[in-house]
Design a protein around this ligand. Structure first.
Ligand code: ZN
Length: 305
């Protein structure tokens, strides 16, 4: 890993900030119901809303028995090139693993999608303990963490920045993390995290296959129309939430929690934990499933320690 020069980092930081956090401060739609996070609200969720919430906000609770089987839903097709991985960045809310998205080297097709979507980054949300942390829930069950692989529609748009503001602009794969066995594929990333402990740290990070973070079975998923869960909260996202979780060890999640929301200059350092948005109302939307919920059931509950 090599620290990037300031000349490279500054425009990169500005671009990545737009991609995950945006430039405006916002306020939550409703108060967090977790005692742990209501008293420790991240600055990103304070102040006036830049974009008022609409009717298709995320994340949501997925109610398994209310999800509707759609036999037209196809298997997902992902093609990822590990060599296009470029860097990791602590943006003060999560850490982003960024990919070169100037060509069609990392694509997502199929599933509920009509177009070809390109991966630009992935990141996680997690809690301060293993009892919560995921943004989506399944029948109100919380998972310790959730992975988001963010793709934009390269058939319709020419840049992520354009796609993020438009209908059908983004497709995000969500994967629940459960505590169990160490995830060998994730470890290379975990080993690099201490180098981006503070907000605004960026380091080069190459040769990482995002496909290693997908569960073995990607044929079974829920899908619905929603939004980004960070500002600008645009309702541009086709969510694809995997039924099957992946396992990571408690020690690997502990390294996530050793990151900081704060920059090196700040007097009071704050641990990067509870970086999830509160849940949003479904407002009449349908969650479709690619599998028969009644026969196959929901994933087992998270929160093991
Ligand atoms: Zn996310």
């Amino acid at each position: 890993m090599v620290a990037l020069s300031a000349a490279v980092v500054r425009p990169l930081v500005a671009q990545l900030h737009r991609q995950l956090v945006g430039s405006h401060r916002v306020t939550p739609v409703r108060r967090c119901n977790l005692t742990a996070c209501s008293s420790k609200m991240h600055p990103m969720w304070q102040g006036p809303l830049a974009v008022p919430g609409g009717d298709r906000q995320s994340p949501i609770d997925i109610v398994v028995r209310k999800s509707v089987l759609d036999t037209e839903l196809k298997p997902l097709k992902t093609t990822y090139d590990p060599k296009t991985c470029q860097q990791i960045w602590n943006n003060g809310y999560s850490f982003l693993v960024e990919y070169d998205d100037t060509t069609d080297k990392n694509t997502l097709k199929g599933g509920p999608l009509q177009d070809t979507f390109r991966l630009c980054q992935f990141h996680f949300h997690w809690g301060e303990t293993n009892d919560w942390g995921s943004e989506h829930t399944v029948d109100r069950r919380l998972f310790p963490a959730e992975l988001h692989l963010v793709h934009w529609n390269a058939d319709r748009y020419s840049l992520f920045e354009e796609a993020v503001m438009e209908d059908n602009g983004l497709a995000v794969i969500g994967v629940f993390l459960k505590v169990g066995k160490r995830h060998e594929g994730l470890q290379k990333l975990v080993d690099a995290l201490p180098t981006i402990r503070h907000k605004d740290s960026v380091v080069e990070f190459t040769c990482f296959d995002p496909g290693c973070l997908l569960p073995a079975n990607t044929d079974d998923y829920w899908t619905y129309h929603g939004s980004l869960t960070t500002p600008p909260l645009t309702e541009s996202v086709t969510w694809i939430v995997m039924k099957q979780h992946i396992e990571v060890s408690h020690d690997q999640l502990a390294v996530f929690r050793s990151l900081l929301f704060t920059s090196a200059e700040e007097e009071v350092q704050k641990s990067m934990v509870n970086n999830f948005r509160v849940q949003q109302p479904l407002r009449g939307r349908t969650v479709r499933s690619s599998f028969t919920p009644f026969l196959q059931g929901a994933p087992s509950a998270g929160g093991s320690k």
